[in-house]
Design a protein around this ligand. Structure first.
Ligand code: HEM
Ligand SMILES: *[C@@H]1O[C@H](CO)[C@@H](O)[C@H](O)[C@H]1NC(C)=O
Ligand SMILES: *[C@@H]1O[C@H](CO)[C@@H](O)[C@H](O)[C@H]1NC(C)=O
Length: 335
């Protein structure tokens, strides 16, 4: 009896996974809906306004470039690039800001608010919050020294949020590589996109809680992750103890924490990738390993792939035409 119900559960689970995969596959667009000139007539100064406020914020605090880049990722992986990540809780909406990947971690919302309010003054009801996130991610990358690209525009803003989507679709730092690959694939992103976009971790910070497992008890046998350089591991343990210090911050790329460059990959090759999800790109799959090694010696190739993959990520299931709305305030729906 127990065996039969177990089998039933397995089949039901498998069916759910397959169905989810099929549904999502239908929602992945590779472009064609969005285009860089979208605001050329309706708000010609849009990109200039975004850039000036992002530049001001990054000058004030260099980490903000990383935080804004990550917001676009956390937006696009949940219901598509529709600014769902920006909504606060209210009425029936449960904010994605409370999800595991975002809680005590996602930041930069005040900068987006400032951009939106400047854009509403210049051209009311015109520029979506989702497009602001896409432009801010590009500008942040450039300001940190990374590559530039033309940002396809014309996304509209969601009428809701999905905390479960935020918890399940965004990869966790201790996910296995097959799980991470699947989560990217469900969004139409391949192994090149995964390795190139992970290069975002060349800037920004991680909390101790996101990698502690690697320092003390990686697989549940009381042993650390031995793919982590043990000199680096000892340094990390100083400020990331077995318990306590959860929120202590560490650079994702300790060599050049605010510079967008290929040091992230050079670190991984030396066993100095901070997150498990960083290091396993080298250790668990020969295709991703080759890409890590190539980017570590070829910054131009990394920049080229990163720019292309950012456009691809920015094209995940946008709301266009009459779908969604143009929010007046990015934190809440209009009515
Ligand atoms: C491949 C799967 C990924 C995993 C498992 C992952 C996980 C994480 C984790 C755990 C942190 C630290 C959060 C904290 O402790 O507060 C982080 C930070 C960051 N992530 Fe990822 N990430 C992934 C992919 C990406 C992608 C695709 C991008 C952008 C395109 C990105 C951009 C960033 C940035 C810029 C930061 C630093 C944010 C800041 O300093 O505020 N990550 N990521
Ligand atoms: C990953 O980390 C979460 C949160 O710390 C934990 O609950 C979970 O058991 C970990 N998963 C694995 C496979 O270690
Ligand atoms: C390591 O983790 C496992 C499973 O999560 C737990 O049972 C064990 O007590 C831990 N060992 C140490 C030394 O913390």
């Amino acid at each position: 009896m127990a065996l039969i119900s177990m089998k039933f559960i397995m089949v039901a689970l498998l069916a759910t996974v397959i169905l989810t995969t099929l549904c999502n596959a239908g929602k992945v667009y590779t472009g064609g809906y969005l285009y860089p000139q979208f605001y050329d007539h309706s708000c010609p100064k849009a990109s200039e306004i975004v850039n000036s406020i992002v530049a001001k914020a990054v000058t004030k605090e260099p980490r903000m470039a990383a935080s804004l880049l990550r917001l676009h990722f956390h937006d696009c992986f949940v219901k598509g690039c529709d600014a769902s990540v920006l909504l606060d809780s209210s009425g029936t909406i449960i904010s994605e800001k409370r999800s595991n990947p975002n809680r005590n971690s996602a930041r930069g919302f005040e900068v987006i608010d400032e951009i939106k309010s400047a854009l509403e003054k210049e051209c009311p009801n015109t520029v979506s919050c989702a497009d602001i996130l896409a432009l801010a991610a590009r500008d942040s990358t450039v300001l940190a020294g990374g590559p530039s690209w033309e940002v396809p525009l014309g996304r509209r803003d969601s009428l809701g949020a999905s905390i479960s989507g935020s918890n399940h679709n965004i990869p966790a730092p201790n996910d296995t590589l097959p799980t991470i690959i699947t989560k990217f694939k469900l969004k139409g992103l391949d192994l090149v996109d995964l390795v190139a976009l992970s290069g975002s971790h060349t800037i920004g910070q991680s909390r101790c809680t996101s990698f502690r497992q690697r320092l003390y008890n990686q697989t549940g046998n009381g042993l650390p992750d031995f793919t982590l350089n043990q000199v680096y591991a000892n340094e990390l343990r100083q400020r990331c103890p077995r318990s306590g210090g959860d929120q202590n911050l560490f650079p994702l790329d300790f060599v050049s924490p605010t510079k967008f460059d290929n040091h992230y990959y050079i670190n991984i090759v030396a066993g100095n990738g901070l997150l498990s999800s960083d290091e396993i790109l080298l250790t668990k799959n020969s295709v991703t390993m080759e890409l890590v090694k190539q980017y570590a010696v070829n910054n131009g190739l990394f920049f080229d792939h990163f720019a292309k993959s950012m456009v691809k990520m920015g094209n995940i299931a946008p709301l266009t035409g009459s779908k969604g709305e143009i929010r007046k305030i990015c934190r809440r729906v209009n009515h």
